[in-house]
Write a protein that binds this ligand. Structure first.
Ligand code: C2E
Ligand code: MG
Ligand code: MG
Ligand code: MG
Length: 285
């Protein structure tokens, strides 16, 4: 009885499984053409100084405008890109496109790019970052690389060497999704980070949970004690922004302040912001 129903269950799932494998294979084929066909785009999410709401830069977030599937978010294709090795070509494109955009935002605005742990498992990451800077001409201190804890988990010693070499190029390094890993704290002591980005899960708790507030407070204090720039991500409400300002968090990012938007509209956000800043400066005199 059990055996036959088990067999039936297997038959029931089999077509669905094949379908998934086929779909994956097709996606992989599509991805191989996507770069050449210019189907990847970058959105930019503004990043502000938490207190003054002064615009300090943007995080570049990749999207795939698939010809038949429509707009695909990074979570639906980054893993496949990592598994197939296409992440390298994709990330080269992301870095160059991000730097090129930053050049159009004036002289001081920062741009952040997310790196994959796969990029740390090869020996050409430093070279690739240097190439992106050289090709575009962006000053290294305007480029920030966001790294998650998985980088240190995979090969802690190699990651330290690579990160020191990246620092020597002059770029900034920040730890993304801070607080979600196992030993984020100890990494901050050892690795040459310039900043941390507090994971969105702690920020959403600020509206109603005392414990979230205590955790964010602790992260900010510890970050400042280590001379790190602390950024909060995923701010969705005015209450959250208020609390973060109170807690002396340095920078803020989130839907409440601005969603990720395409390159052209982001350029307009930058110029409007710059015009307002100029206006405030002259009015204040
Ligand atoms: P991440 O680096 O932690 O980026 C933040 C994610 O949170 C983005 O999702 C952003 O759209 C979303 N977000 C920002 N503010 C809010 C908010 O207020 N509320 C909510 N609910 N969400 C918010 P996205 O663009 O879907 O990216 C997801 C992840 O994909 C990123 O997480 C990053 O790990 C990865 N990713 C994106 N672009 C790249 C890339 O070029 N290369 C690599 N390797 N990974 C990338
Ligand atoms: Mg990020
Ligand atoms: Mg994050
Ligand atoms: Mg993430």
């Amino acid at each position: 009885e059990a055996k036959s129903s088990g067999r039936n269950m297997f038959r029931f799932y089999e077509p669905a499984m094949n379908e998934r494998i086929m779909e994956r294979r097709q996606l992989e084929i599509d991805m191989r053409h996507a770069l050449r066909r210019r189907e990847f785009r970058l959105d930019f999410q503004p990043r502000y100084e938490a207190a003054g709401q002064h615009l300090v830069g943007a995080e570049a977030l990749v999207r795939w405008h698939h010809p038949t599937k429509g707009l695909l978010p990074p979570d639906s294709f980054i893993q496949l890109a990592e598994e197939t090795g296409l992440i390298i070509e994709l990330s080269d494109w992301v870095m160059q496109e991000a730097c090129m955009n930053a050049l159009t935002w004036g002289d001081t605005m920062m741009v952040s790019v997310n790196l994959s742990s796969v990029e740390f498992q090869r020996n050409d990451l430093v070279e690739r970052v240097a190439a992106a800077l050289k090709i575009t001409g962006l000053s290294p201190e305007r480029l920030e690389l966001e790294i998650t804890e998985s980088v240190m988990l995979e090969d802690a010693a190699a990651a330290l060497i690579t990160m020191n070499q990246l620092k020597a190029l002059g770029v900034r390094l920040s730890m993304d999704d801070f607080g979600t890993g196992y030993s984020s704290l100890s990494y901050l002591r050892t690795y040459p980070f310039d900043g941390i980005k507090i994971d969105r899960s702690f920020i959403s708790g600020l509206d109603h949970s005392q414990s979230s507030e205590a955790i964010v407070h602790a992260i900010v204090s510890m970050g400042h004690a280590l001379s790190l720039t602390v950024t909060a991500e995923g701010i969705e409400t005015v209450t959250q922004l208020g609390k973060l300002t109170e807690l002396a968090c340095d920078q803020a990012q989130g839907f409440y302040l601005g969603r990720p938007i395409a390159s052209e509209p982001f350029k307009r956000v930058v110029s409007e912001h710059q015009a307002q800043a100029t206006h405030r400066a002259t009015a204040g005199r």
